[in-house]
Write a protein that binds this ligand. Structure first.
Ligand SMILES: Nc1nc2c([nH]c(=O)n2[C@@H]2O[C@H](COP(=O)(O)OP(=O)(O)OP(=O)(O)O)[C@@H](O)[C@H]2O)c(=O)[nH]1
Length: 135
């Protein structure tokens, strides 16, 4: 496969929108040296073949925030192109009363009300997700 075609292939990404009973959403901060360093995001990451989307979601969630998603539902699937890569995000939503999470990778973490997410520095791909959460 040529380099150009590889660049055009979207990376398959799963993300978890974890919402507590107050309508707050968990955000983690992308670490230095990574794509979109310093931006806030939903926990998640790349799907690793041959795992399913839900297996990837569970693995990423356990790895990053030590949380096992309960009954996650698919909120939206979207594709976004950044200057250096294209991602396809499979966005899962999970509502939990008082989820106990832990920053396993020592990343900064905040709970932020869903109605105020537009004031946070989030990746451009996440705009559609924020709009959906506030419908
Ligand atoms: N986890 C997460 N990733 C997101 C979100 N929005 C968004 O555009 N992405 C993009 O999806 C990709 C997630 O990949 P990743 O976190 O596993 O990989 P990475 O960039 O840290 O790189 P690496 O694991 O190769 O070092 C990144 O390019 C990231 O910028 C989001 O809300 N959560």
């Amino acid at each position: 496969m040529s380099r150009q075609i590889e660049l055009n292939q979207p990376q398959q990404i799963v993300v978890l929108v974890l919402e507590n009973s107050q309508g707050d959403i968990l955000l983690t901060q992308r670490q230095a040296g990574k794509h979109l360093e310093g931006y806030w995001e939903f926990p998640g990451g790349k799907v690793e073949a041959p795992e399913s989307l839900l297996e990837a979601l569970e693995r990423e969630s356990l790895e990053e925030i030590n949380y096992q998603p309960i009954n996650p539902t698919l909120l939206i699937k979207l594709t976004h192109s950044y200057p250096n890569k294209t991602v396809q995000l499979h966005v899962y939503h999970c509502l939990a009363h008082n989820p106990q999470v832990h920053a396993n990778e020592k990343q900064a973490m905040i709970w932020h009300h869903k109605s105020k997410l537009s004031s946070v520095k989030l990746p451009a791909a996440n705009l559609k997700i924020i709009n959906l959460l506030n419908k």
